[in-house]
Design a protein around this ligand. Structure first.
Ligand SMILES: [Zn+2]
Length: 487
């Protein structure tokens, strides 16, 4: 079966909501890390919207929003303000959300997808999150509980241009965006905790009767995983096409519709026809003064930006000689990449070997015992020294694993451990030759195979010799002596 391309072009734009990495909420001192807290314990008159309560903006949230903009090559206007977006919903106690309407904090940027395509970033504005609703059923009645812990948590809404043309590209965009925001410390963006959510605008475009047709779009609300994003975009674009083909009301409708996504049923469902933007009755927030980010502070934030993941990957490949795969593995976790660089600082000529150790032994140990690369029990400098000892022939790679295990368990200097445990690589060729003789004697068939012309028959003997030498021999020397013996 061949899968033919869909008979239409896809046009996709994405609004991403991310919770900012702050200790306190956007306009009050309540704790912002709400996930998992008992309901309605992180609240005060401000985030409950009680009469007379006054908002005080969170400086760090504003700076993180500017940082996000800078990381996305945006401009920071020197005059911005907050506005009220008025609507009524049970999770919004004030009856309005403080947001930014016509003068957002950051505008006109872009990010680059792998492969080089640029996606435009139209704007990113600050706002406050709403509470959360929990629907249930008991004693024959349906009920809804409301939890205001999330109410007032700082939120950045990042609006892309409609530059994506497939579900795969949409996914690459949100993954790239997430990498950038996590790297620059703006947000942890834990999708599984609702700290990153996507509203996806999907439309289709095609030729019909010599004309280009571009029916009204659908906005898919509140997607919170890559899987949901892929599934919803594929389903909704196909649904728009089928609705057009069957002569549905999409042919006469003028505005877009809003739909939700049901992962259980694998389909979207209608929510509402979009209110016109005027319906929100935006007006300037009277309790807050206009925001004028200082150019000097913006310059400081720009100077503090780290190298971004795409550039860092490229540098690891081009300057340090790593494979694409290793570079990707390391850069996916900023702490791991930082660890790697610190270790390479000690042993600059063995970057590939260091990468193998970080991706192999270190990652396995972290996975087994928990913890992050930052503050790992073996410091990057120690690993650098260990790799240097291997490169200098002081310790074999096999014995080095023992040294690493010892450092991980009890700490200590790699050189001292090599000495204490007697792991220094031996140059005693008589001892190696004796071990080779024993192993050859125990494996007559390997020898016979080799003499029949199977060149690789002897490879399997190196391991047993090494273990007789307790990992202290040089593999190349073992190989040479084996060949001398059988030659
Ligand atoms: Zn509060």
């Amino acid at each position: 079966m061949t899968v033919s391309a869909p008979p239409y072009e896809l046009v996709i734009g994405i609004e991403t909501h991310v919770e900012l990495n702050t200790e306190s909420k956007m306009f009050c001192g309540c704790r912002a890390r709400w996930f998992g807290a008992p309901p309605n314990t992180l609240v005060c008159p401000v985030c409950l919207g009680l009469p007379g309560a006054l908002p005080v903006p969170n400086r760090r949230a504003i700076e993180l929003a500017i940082t996000a903009g800078l990381a996305l090559h945006c401009q920071t206007p020197d005059h911005t303000k907050f506005d009220r977006k008025n609507y009524m919903y049970p999770d919004l106690p004030k009856g309005y959300q403080i947001s930014q309407y016509d003068l957002p904090l950051t505008v006109n940027g872009w990010l680059k997808l792998e492969g080089g395509k640029r996606v435009g970033i139209r704007r990113a504005h600050l706002e406050e999150d709403t509470g959360t609703l929990k629907h249930g059923e008991g004693a024959g009645q349906r009920y809804t509980l409301v939890d205001f812990n999330r109410s007032g948590v700082p939120l950045l809404e990042i609006v892309s241009d409609p530059d994506m043309s497939s579900a795969g590209e949409a996914e690459r965009y949100v993954r790239t965006l997430r990498d950038i925001l996590v790297y620059s410390g703006v947000s942890e963006m834990r999708l599984e905790q609702g700290a990153g959510r996507f509203d996806v605008n999907v439309s289709i475009r095609f030729e019909e009767g010599g004309k280009t047709i571009w029916p009204p779009q659908s906005e898919i609300k509140n997607l919170n995983s890559y899987e949901a994003l892929r599934g919803a975009v594929a389903y909704e674009s196909d649904r728009l096409w089928r609705e057009w083909q069957s002569g549905g009301e999409i042919r006469t409708r003028t505005g877009k519709v809003t739909v939700g996504w049901s992962p259980e049923r694998g389909r979207t469902y209608m929510q509402r026809s979009k209110e016109e933007v005027e319906d929100y009755r935006y007006f300037p927030e009277p309790d807050l003064v206009a925001l004028r980010p200082k150019a000097t502070r913006v310059a400081e934030l720009r100077a503090a930006l780290p190298e971004m993941p795409t550039e860092r990957r490229a540098r690891f490949v081009e300057k340090l000689g790593l494979s694409e795969k290793d570079a990707r593995n390391l850069v996916a976790d900023r702490q791991l990449a930082d660890y790697f660089e610190a270790a390479v600082g000690v042993e600059p000529t063995s970057a590939k070997a260091v990468a193998n150790w970080v991706i192999g032994e270190l990652t396995a140990a972290l996975k087994r015992d928990g913890g992050d690369a930052k503050g790992a029990r073996v410091a990057p400098e120690q690993l650098g020294v260990l790799v240097r000892l291997i490169a200098a022939g002081r310790v074999s790679p096999t014995a080095a694993k023992q040294v690493f295990g010892e450092m991980w368990k009890r700490g200590g200097d790699p050189e001292a451990i090599v000495n204490t445990l007697g792991l220094a690589q031996t140059s005693d060729e008589d001892a190696i030759a004796a071990a080779v003789d024993e192993v050859l004697k125990a494996n007559p068939s390997a020898l016979a195979d080799y003499r029949k012309g199977k060149e690789r028959a002897l490879d399997g003997l190196i391991g047993p010799v090494m273990s007789r030498m307790k990992g202290r021999a040089d593999g190349a020397v073992i190989r040479r002596i084996i060949l001398e013996r059988v030659g």
